[in-house]
Write a protein that binds this ligand. Structure first.
Ligand code: NAD
Ligand code: GDD
Length: 322
């Protein structure tokens, strides 16, 4: 049995990761500002507290941790990270967490540390053509992320890499590309396109109209949570350190994405394109490196994963409207 520590265990990916690690039979300690919102945490121990506080971090990262998963961050979808008003908090909060965690994890000789970076650290100039975005791991420099959230991720990647070089911290870094699934933010302003568009479609009558930010031609790829967890666990237990893209290569425009959701919902919907935060024009994971090194590739296609998310959102919408 491994002793594992999940920072951000009250969040979307962290709460799913705790369930997965428990299913494997590991001893799991969870830490977050809050408990998971949608189901009880399965962690053996769960500590509520603020990872910006160095003393708290020194208490929760103890000697003898086999695997530390650092998922805590101030984050959200386009409606949170591209609007500007959260920039200072996003940078300060997440950087402070990572500064504390890197230092204490080195001092306490954590055996392996996973850090969740984001595709948002890739330069905007390679993501201007929606049909042909470039997101190979080696395209990160010259750096030009389009959000402060992306700059903080790039800074923290470099922070962990320097602790790896100077203090032998065994660091593993992944750049997530839009991960979705049940039990994530869906109606609090932090939701990403998958949950937001499922919610809009669940709320509309057949043949009704939904609002979509931008012209709908911007592209993305979306990865289902179970595939993400497979990759994260394989990476932390591998001889490799990354950074690796963890995402899907099934690229769709946002309008095409709406069609996929409408199909699983069994509805026909019309789109009204409205102004809103749009982020990069095109983005898609490039999985060549991770599939070469780790033999990982996603198993769950977009339609299958979205139908799971849609059913979950639909049931929440029904509960809220009763
Ligand atoms: P999330 O917001 O659901 O989870 C993050 C958790 O961190 C939250 O529960 C939050 O309460 C906690 N947290 C924030 N500040 C804290 C603090 N000061 N002390 C303690 N806990 C704190 O987000 P998620 O989707 O689960 O993402 C997990 C990680 O993966 C984040 O680092 C995120 O930036 C990264 N990521 C996610 C995606 C995605 O599509 N979900 C994409 C790229 C990168
Ligand atoms: N959230 C949201 N809500 N997005 C919408 C909506 C809506 O109602 N309508 C259209 N969109 C469009 C956005 O304008 C954007 O162009 C696209 O859908 C994707 O939006 P998000 O899913 O919110 O964010 P993102 O893909 O730009 O960035 C996400 O993924 C990154 C990793 O790839 C965020 O979650 C980042 O935090 C994450 O790092």
């Amino acid at each position: 049995m491994k002793k594992t520590l999940v920072l951000g265990a009250g969040g979307f990916i962290g709460s799913h990761l705790v369930k997965r690690l428990k299913k494997e039979g590991q001893y799991v300690i969870g830490v977050d500002l809050k408990f998971p919102e949608f189901s009880e945490s399965l962690a053996d121990e769960f500590y509520l507290g603020d990872l910006r506080d160095y003393t708290f971090v020194s208490q929760v990262i103890t000697e003898g941790i086999d695997e530390l998963y650092q998922l805590a961050a101030d984050m959200g979808g386009a409606g949170y990270i591209f609007v500007g008003e959260h920039d200072a908090d996003v940078m300060h909060n997440s950087a402070q967490i990572n500064l504390n965690v890197a230092k204490v994890a080195s001092a306490k000789k954590v055996k392996a540390l996973f850090y969740s970076s984001s595709a948002c650290m890739y330069p905007e100039y390679n993501q201007l053509d929606p049909e042909n975005p470039k997101c190979g791991e080696n395209t990160a420099y010259p750096a030009q992320p389009d959000s402060e959230y992306g700059w903080e991720k790039l800074f923290s990647e470099r922070l962990y890499a320097s602790f790896s070089r100077n203090y032998d911290l065994n660091v593993k870094i992944a750049r997530f590309h839009n991960i979705y699934g049940e039990e994530g933010a869906w109606n609090n302003g932090k939701e990403k396109a998958p949950a937001a568009l499922c919610r809009k479609i669940a709320l509309v009558e057949n043949d009704g109209i939904i609002d979509v930010w931008g012209d709908g031609k911007q592209t993305r790829s979306f990865l289902y949570i179970d595939d993400c967890l497979d990759a994260v666990i394989e990476l932390i237990r591998s001889e490799f350190s990354g950074p690796y893209n963890i995402g899907s290569e099934e690229m769709v425009s946002i309008d095409e994405f709406v069609e996929v959701i409408a199909k699983v919902a069994g509805k026909s919907v019309k789109i009204s394109h409205i102004e809103g935060p749009t982020g990069v024009r095109g983005r898609c994971s490039d999985n060549r490196l991770i599939s070469h090194d780790l033999g990982w590739s996603p198993k769950i296609n977009l339609e299958r994963g979205i139908s799971k998310l849609y059913r979950w959102i639909e049931s929440n919408v029904k509960v809220e409207s009763n």
